[in-house]
Write a protein that binds this ligand. Structure first.
Ligand SMILES: NC(=O)N[C@@H](CC(=O)O)C(=O)O
Ligand SMILES: [Zn+2]
Ligand SMILES: [Zn+2]
Length: 345
């Protein structure tokens, strides 16, 4: 049995850092594991301009503990009013690496999201022209569509037609959860890729109901059936360069998840790389972890690969019950339970 793996330092291509004291609380977990991260723009109010992204980037860098090397890769939040000139400013900035499409109402802080693709066509055309990736929360918001079907319906009714209209557009389908998404991305041309979270690779929808309702296993897109989890594991261990690591680590204060109407999002930054290592280990595919975690993402984003190496050992450790979170606490994935791999400092 492999006891140690050494790989190129990875990056996280989908991360929620929040802001202010909340950000300061979670940022060290990510910076310890990852060289860079695509920082999602769903703050309140959202990060809709290059100027707001620059200020957010400065706040992240200021919150970084001294001695920690970490580069935030910024994103803008696409709205019905995003001006193509703003797309051009973002592209020219050098620090904005994508623009995020949230269908209005689809997930946490998506009220300012897009209400119809026709409204954002000028911005999308400019993105296609400039090669700036569109990052997509791929779920329809129609309340008549079953919550477990919203990703598959989004692919058929929105994403596929969009790629017919703009075949050059570079698209990352974020946090994919279904066999349909894995199949679609695998078959699509090279300008279409996907991030996959550790939690969607590790758990199926039964994890939300083990012995009672489990609010800390609720996220969007919601966990799916076992056959979908297996399709995701197959995709990330297949050797395809279209799938890469994106934790979607999405911290919410404990009391906002343990509530009558709890927030969507799982916190995984404390153990992200060890959790992915469990997935690849169980699939007998530890040799595929490095490309997924460290090569496919930078190659898609046209950024240099990292050069520093990191080491994981097969050493189990117990995750704390909670972590401080700006005057509150956040309950991490596997709270009070073991993770099988340890990242060596
Ligand atoms: N994934 C989630 O369940 N929540 C994310 C938003 C998102 O990525 O959709 C959040 O910001 O909390
Ligand atoms: Zn999302
Ligand atoms: Zn997210």
């Amino acid at each position: 049995m492999t006891q140690t793996i050494t790989l190129t330092r990875p990056d996280d291509w989908h991360l929620h850092l929040r802001d202010d004291a909340l950000m300061a609380a979670v940022l060290p977990h990510t910076a310890r594991e990852f060289a860079r991260a695509i920082v999602m723009p769903n703050l309140k109010p959202p990060v809709t301009t290059t100027a707001l992204a620059a200020a957010y980037r400065d706040r992240i860098l200021a919150a970084l503990p001294t001695g920690m090397a970490f580069e935030p890769l910024m994103t803008l939040y696409l709205t019905d009013r995003t001006d193509p000139a703003e797309v051009a400013r973002a592209r020219a900035s050098g620090f904005v690496h994508g623009i995020k499409l949230y269908p209005a109402g689809a997930t946490t802080n998506s009220d300012s999201g897009v209400t119809g693709l026709d409204k954002v066509m000028p911005a999308l055309e400019k993105m296609a022209e400039l090669g700036l990736p569109l990052l997509v929360h791929g779920e329809v918001t129609d309340p008549d569509i079953d919550v477990f079907d919203r990703e598959a319906v989004f692919i058929d009714t929105i994403l596929a037609p969009l790629l017919v209209r703009l075949p050059q557009l570079r698209v990352v389908l974020e946090h994919i959860t279904t066999r349909q998404a894995a199949t679609f991305v695998a078959a699509a041309p090279d300008n279409v890729a996907a991030t996959v979270t550790a939690h969607h690779l590790l758990m199926n929808r039964n994890a939300m109901f083990t012995g009672g309702i489990r609010p800390h296993h609720y996220c969007l897109p919601v966990l799916k059936r076992e056959q979908h989890r297996q399709a995701l594991v197959q995709a990330v261990t297949s050797g395809s360069s279209k799938f890469f690591l994106g934790t979607d680590s999405a911290p919410h204060a404990r009391h906002t998840k343990e509530a009558a109407c709890g927030c969507a999002g799982m916190y995984t930054a404390h153990a992200a790389l060890p959790l992915y290592a469990e997935v690849f280990d169980r699939a007998g595919a530890l040799d595929k972890l490095e490309a997924f975690a460290s090569f496919n993402g930078p190659d898609f984003y046209r950024l240099p690969r990292n050069t520093v190496k990191v080491t994981l050992t097969r050493t189990p450790w117990t995750v704390p019950a909670e972590y401080p979170f700006g005057g509150h606490t956040v309950v991490p994935l596997r709270a009070g339970e073991e993770v099988q791999w340890t990242l060596v400092d």
